[in-house]
Design a protein around this ligand. Structure first.
Ligand SMILES: NC(=O)c1ccc[n+]([C@@H]2O[C@H](COP(=O)([O-])OP(=O)(O)OC[C@H]3O[C@@H](n4cnc5c(N)ncnc54)[C@H](O)[C@@H]3O)[C@@H](O)[C@H]2O)c1
Length: 301
């Protein structure tokens, strides 16, 4: 073989290696970043109405192959709405009160038996009702922790799963105080701290499951329509009005804004990240280190 031929072969080989590397980089971008939902299986709790229903719709639009909806009400209405747009074989509605451990675990069994897997869990079911604060904590906190652990059990690569994403729906009230509903505020603060911790790379590197928090602002759903009825009864009368007036002063949005944001976050977000959806804007937030908001020296006051 003469020298020219050797150089020519070498160039051809390098060119084909380069092409393959570009193709594989593009493939990673398309398959992993740009379209996380394609062919995945999702569970949406509280998916029969409001933010959950809209998120289920958006997940289906983005190509999930199966969506299991768990809710305590509106089975007929929810199925009617979704099957206008998507084939019924892609959607299963299961009556599920997330505060009931057996009913919640059924959702995971259905995902496995009907769609052979699970990749996305949206812990969306939540209530705003400080008048029934024990049920509020059971729904907004305990059920989300249980769901997250059950989701990790199914999806973790370390347990034979394929990895995936778990999203807990908190609130902008998970990052600020609000006199009108102290327990609700506490439950949503819990989720932000829990998700940032369980979403840390320490866990993600082992599980391959990203954990996200979405914090919606005022979103026009049945929950917001009824907000004035749900203050704690022990508080002076007028607390319900304080609650509804304060919520009315914030920029509103439709549930579609949260659902569209969910897809952006699934495609681009890192595990442990916290995202706000408010007034039709969707953005990631970074929680500051406590030392940056220190106001004085405790020993002098
Ligand atoms: N709407 C808002 O302004 C707003 C703002 C911030 C956060 N959020 C959060 O978003 C989530 C969804 O809120 P939404 O406004 O769509 O509420 P919504 O009341 O309109 O819908 C909630 C759905 O969850 C279901 N649900 C309630 N308890 C359940 C339970 N124990 N088990 C299963 N399903 C249950 C309801 O039947 C309903 O279909 C909640 O976690 C809420 O705290 C809402």
């Amino acid at each position: 073989m003469n020298l020219n031929k050797i150089i020519w072969n070498h160039l051809l080989k390098s060119y084909s290696l380069l092409q393959r590397s570009i193709q594989s980089r593009n493939k990673t971008c398309c398959d992993c970043c740009c379209n996380f939902c394609k062919d995945k299986v999702a569970i949406v709790t509280g998916g029969a109405d409001g933010i959950g229903l809209e998120c289920a719709r958006e997940l289906l639009r983005n190509g999930v192959r199966g969506c299991v909806i768990g809710d305590v009400s509106r089975e007929k209405e929810c199925m009617e709405e979704l099957t206008k747009e998507f084939p019924p074989c892609k959607i299963v509605f299961k009556h599920c009160d997330v505060t009931n451990k057996c009913q919640f675990s059924e959702l995971f069994k259905v995902a496995s038996s009907q769609f052979c897997g699970l990749h996305i869990l949206l812990n969306n079911a939540g209530i705003l009702n400080d008048g029934e604060w024990e049920r509020e904590i059971a729904t907004n906190v305990t059920a989300c922790v249980r769901g997250t652990y059950m989701g990790l059990e199914c999806m973790s690569k370390s347990k034979g799963g394929e990895g995936g994403a778990i999203i807990n729906v908190a609130s902008i009230l998970g990052m600020q105080h609000f006199a009108g509903s102290p327990v609700y505020v506490g439950t949503k603060h819990f989720l932000v701290g829990f998700d940032r911790s369980i979403g840390d790379p320490y866990h993600y590197d082992r599980t391959g499951v990203k954990i996200f928090t979405i914090c919606p602002g005022v979103t026009i759903t049945p929950m917001i329509h009824n907000a004035d009825k749900f203050a704690h009864k022990e508080f002076e009368s007028g607390m319900g009005k304080l609650l509804s007036d304060a919520l009315a002063s914030l920029p509103p949005q439709g549930p579609e804004a949260v659902a569209k944001g969910l897809i952006v976050m699934l495609n681009q977000g890192r595990s442990g990240s916290v995202w706000v959806s408010e007034g039709n804007e969707f953005y990631e937030v970074r929680i500051p280190d406590r030392r940056t908001f220190r106001v004085g020296c405790g020993c002098c006051s």
